[in-house]
Structure formats: C-alpha cells, structure tokens
Design a protein around this ligand. Structure first.
Ligand code: C2E
Ligand code: MG
Ligand code: MG
Ligand code: MG
Length: 277
C-alpha cells in the first residue's frame, strides 16, 4: 500500500516538476523581445517624506503583460530574466526608460522640488562590472541630474563579494548617483554590512513594517535599524506602509521616507505623470 502511494507520490511530484520546468522554459522564450513588442512597461510608486508628507520621488517597478497569460509577477519573471541572462539587456532598457520618465516629471513641474526615480538593479547586473558605464551613458543621454537617480540593490547582491561590490558602489556614488539597499533586514548580517558597503540609504523590508503595530520585536528591530542607520549617516525608507498607524509609528521613530499602498499604489508611467502634484 505504502509502496503504491509512494510511487503515485513520486509520479505526482515529477509531473509537477516537469510542469514547473516547462513553464520556466516557456517564460524564458516568451520574454525574449517582450520589451520591443511593448509587453513590458514601468509603473511608478510614489515615495514620501515622513516629516512633512511631501512626495519626493518614485520607485520604478517593471510589469509584464504576457499576450496569453496576462500579468506575470515580477518575482517570477525577474528571476527568469536573471537566471537566463536576459536581465543584462532588460536592465539597461528599464534604466533608460526610468531616466527618461524622470526627466519628463521635472519638465512638468518647473520650479517645484525635483523628484528622484529609484530603479531596482539585480545581482547579475551588479556582478557584470559594466553597470557604472551603463549608468553614465544613461545620465549623459537623458540629461537627468545624477542625484535624482537612485539604484536599489538587494543585500544578496552584495553579500559574498563585498570587495568587488564596494568598489563598484563607490564608483557609482562618486558619479553622484544614490545607492540604496533594498529589502533591508531580511539578511542576517544586514547591519554589519553597512560598515563595509557604502550606501546612501536602506529600505526596511515590508515584513517588518507589516508587524510594527502588533509585534514588539518588529518594532524594536525597526527602531534599531533606524537608529543604527542614522548614526552612520544613512537615510531610512520604509516600504509596504498599508495603514495610517504604521505611518504614524514610523514617523515617530524618526524614519525618513516611506512608500506603500496607504500612501500610493504603483501606477502606469503616463498616469503618474498626469497626476503629479
Ligand atoms: P521591491 O523592489 O522590494 O518592490 C516593492 C514591492 O512591494 C513591489 O512589488 C510593490 O508593488 C510592492 N508594494 C508596494 N507597496 C506595498 C504595500 O503597501 N503592501 C504590499 N504588500 N506590497 C507593496 P512588485 O512590483 O511585485 O515587485 C516585486 C519585486 O520585483 C521588487 O521588490 C523588485 O525586487 C523586483 N523588481 C520589480 N521591478 C524590477 C526591475 O525593473 N528590475 C529588477 N531587477 N527587479 C525588479
Ligand atoms: Mg525596490
Ligand atoms: Mg523591497
Ligand atoms: Mg513578526
């Protein structure tokens, strides 16, 4: 009996695995040329300063509308692009589009405080040492002031190769671009990294923000991250603010910036431009 169940189990899992592999292969194939076919686009989520509630910039988030399957989550297709190497062409296209959009925002609000654009950079883009050149070309061609471009890197992109990463980040920062560590606090060695890796800001992962009102440990950790970051001169951004109470507690603890559904959802580029205050 057990043997039969085991055998069925095995067949079940192996079929599920085949399907997962098949789906990956399909997505990898379908993703080729998707940018040029207009299936990929950027949405922007506004970022606010907690002190006075002013909008100070926005994060660019990539969306893929597959012709048959509809919207595919970035957590799925970014991984496919990363594994297959397609991120090496996609990354610079995203960067270029985000810089162009940010230039349009400044033109739409002459005399107003400029808005930064924050772009996610995957580990593979960082490992491929070309990033500083790609960024420099992008800034030159779009004429976006470098300090209005923020690059978001995850801790995992930096861990394991701190020497190479530090040198690269230093080069980027020397050009005036700001570097933020994304999903901060999810890696074990988070805080100690701040000593060795030069960054301008950290984005507290939304898993901490989600529980700041309920879980005293998460509130304590968030408060500690803010204090530690500030003592190192690093800006703190909270992501995933979904409730007014979270916003209030973060502001009270001295967090600098925040984004999240309570403040504003990501919206298509054209809509973001049209709605600018
Ligand atoms: P991330 O950089 O940490 O982006 C924040 C994610 O949280 C986004 O998910 C955003 O839509 C979502 N979010 C924002 N506010 C809230 C909130 O209040 N509650 C909740 N539950 N979620 C919120 P999204 O757009 O699905 O992106 C997922 C991840 O995919 C991003 O995480 C980023 O790591 C990656 N990604 C997205 N676009 C790009 C890209 O152009 N390049 C690279 N390399 N990665 C990207
Ligand atoms: Mg991000
Ligand atoms: Mg994040
Ligand atoms: Mg918790």
């Amino acid at each position: 009996q057990a043997k039969v169940a085991g055998k069925n189990c095995y067949r079940f899992y192996s079929r599920a695995m085949d399907q997962a592999v098949e789906r990956r292969v399909h997505l990898e194939h379908a993703l080729r040329g998707a940018w040029d076919r207009g299936e990929l686009s950027l949405v922007y989520q506004p970022v606010f300063r907690l002190g006075d509630g002013a909008m100070v910039g926005a994060e660019a988030l990539l969306r893929w509308k597959h012709p048959e399957q509809g919207l595919i989550a970035p957590s799925v297709f970014i991984d496919v692009a990363e594994q297959s190497g397609q991120i090496e062409t996609l990354g610079p296209q995203v960067l270029r589009a985000a810089c162009e959009d940010a230039v349009a925002w400044q033109r739409a609000r002459p005399g107003a405080d400029p808005l930064f654009v924050s772009v996610n950079v995957s580990p593979r883009q960082l490992r491929n040492g070309d990033l500083p050149n790609v960024v420099a070309a992008c800034l030159r061609e779009t004429e976006l002031p470098p300090w209005l471009l923020h690059l978001e890197l995850t801790e995992t992109a930096v861990i394991g190769d701190e020497v190479h990463a530090s040198a690269l980040l230093s080069r980027l920062r020397a050009s005036g671009v700001k570097v933020w560590l994304d999903d901060f606090g999810t890696g074990f060695s988070g805080l100690s990294h701040l000593r060795r890796v030069p960054v301008d800001g950290v984005k507290i992962d939304r898993s901490f923000v989600a529980d700041v009102l309920r879980d005293p440990d998460d509130l304590a950790l968030t408060t500690a991250i803010i204090a530690m970051a500030h003592s190192l001169g690093v800006t703190v951004v909270a992501e995933g603010v979904e409730k007014e109470g979270q916003y209030a507690v973060l502001r009270e603890r001295g967090c600098d910036l925040a984004q999240g559904y309570w403040l504003g959802h990501p919206v298509p580029a054209a809509e973001f431009l049209a709605q600018l205050p």
